[in-house]
Design a binder for this molecule. Sequence first.
Ligand SMILES: [Zn+2]
Length: 123
Amino acid sequence: MLHATLSPAPRKARKPASRRLTFIPITRGVGRLIIAAGKVLAGYWLHEIGSDIGGRGFVLEKFAGETYHVHVTGPAAAMCDCRGHEAHGHCKHADAVLTLIRLGHLPPQRPMSPAGFAALQAA
Ligand SMILES: [Zn+2]
């Protein structure tokens, strides 16, 4: 007699949606960033703000409102203040900034002043 235990079909591992980045540089340390994850698009102003504690600081300001701060501390190390990063230790904002740096789209430079950035946003 054959006894077999039917195990449930293996759950399909959830495949993370592939992400595409579109970066439109505008001026030093400032650009528009679109992160496409699957069918979801999110657009941001990306603005380098410098860092008083070493590394490089960036603000990602969503066109629709939320603002996230990304602190880059190494070639593959960045922190973000969004809930996703807090929960999982990584997020699309930090990943996007690291990718843009790695591809040479965000060369180190003196950040633009907040007033200069505000004027640019208003233009
Ligand atoms: Zn984030």
